[in-house]
Design a protein around this ligand. Structure first.
Ligand code: PLP
Length: 287
């Protein structure tokens, strides 16, 4: 079955799903994106992702390419046409195609919209969660508007490659004061010795993760308290547990930081219980 993707109003075989070379996403990374998890045939937390998309578009003064209420139907259609029961649905909106010039193009320029979906193996993800992942730390070198989910991800790409080269799966951006910001594509959490969850406030300097928000709700349901405050790499190494959250990983235990073990070097029960409860607590939209 060929993969089908959506490009500006058309569902096309993936190999033919193209945008013009003067698309401003290609030329300037002048665009925003969202990724939703697809689990057991449901698009997870879709409203939260579309609310954040709306905010990202607003912050960059990019118009919606179509009415927001139409987008869920396109996302569901792409998921269904690709028979994705577990995986991801990706969408990207750029400022559109225009002759290359840094300043915004004519207001009549139509923003570009692409939507793709791909499958992933839920058993492999579960096995990975049972083992946990290793992370490295890298100095924060991104701009100060990482609250906007733009496709300008070069520091994240370089950080993730550095992690891969070191045999790790994620890189954590760390501020000069030693506090952890977030991962290349994840938010970061620790569990203190007395069982409290700690995660950095999302007011500035990190992306306000949709999975992060759902984990707040799960924590409340399971009776864990959450402190929103900065923490250092040292504190994370001494923590009872560390984990990351994202639509792509849900809740993923972190067992090594810069090749040193977190606690006993094995995933902890808090992270695994949050992961376990995720499907029930998150918003589910049938694809
Ligand atoms: N932080 C960054 C830099 C990300 O790219 C992502 C997701 O891609 C996240 C955090 C987690 O966000 P979400 O839970 O909405 O996927």
């Amino acid at each position: 079955m060929p993969r089908i993707s959506y490009v500006n109003g058309r569902y096309l075989p993936h190999a033919e799903a193209k945008v013009h070379m003067e698309d401003r996403g290609y030329q300037f990374a002048d665009g925003v994106y969202e990724v939703c998890e697809v689990a057991r045939g449901h698009i997870m937390d879709m409203s939260g992702h579309l609310d954040r998309l709306d905010r990202s578009l607003g912050e960059l003064a990019i118009a919606w390419p179509l009415e927001r209420r139409v987008l869920p139907a396109i996302m569901r259609e792409v998921v269904t046409r690709n028979r994705v029961r577990d995986g991801l649905v990706y969408l990207q909106i750029t400022r559109g195609v225009a002759p290359r010039d840094h300043a915004f193009p004519a207001p009549s320029t139509r923003p570009s919209l692409v939507v793709t979906a791909k499958r992933s193996d839920p058993q492999a993800a579960r096995r990975r969660a049972e083992t946990g992942i290793a992370v490295i730390t890298v100095p924060e070198n991104r701009w100060d508007r990482v609250d906007i989910k733009t496709v300008g991800l070069l520091p994240n790409v370089l950080a993730r490659q550095k992690a891969k080269d070191a045999g790790a799966q994620e890189a954590w951006f760390v501020d000069p004061d030693g506090t952890v910001k977030e991962g290349a594509s994840t938010n970061v959490w620790i569990v203190t010795a007395d069982g409290h969850l700690v995660t950095r406030p999302a007011d500035t300097g990190i992306l306000r993760g949709i999975t992060r928000a759902t984990v707040f709700r799960i924590a409340e349901k399971l009776g864990y308290t959450v402190e929103e405050r900065a923490f250092t790499v040292e504190e994370a190494l001494k923590a009872r547990e560390a984990f990351v959250t994202a639509a792509t990983t849900v809740v993923m235990p972190v067992v090594r930081i810069d090749d040193k073990p977190v606690a006993n070097g094995h995933p902890g029960t808090v992270a695994l219980s949050l992961r376990e409860a995720f499907f029930d607590v998150a918003e589910k939209t049938q694809a």
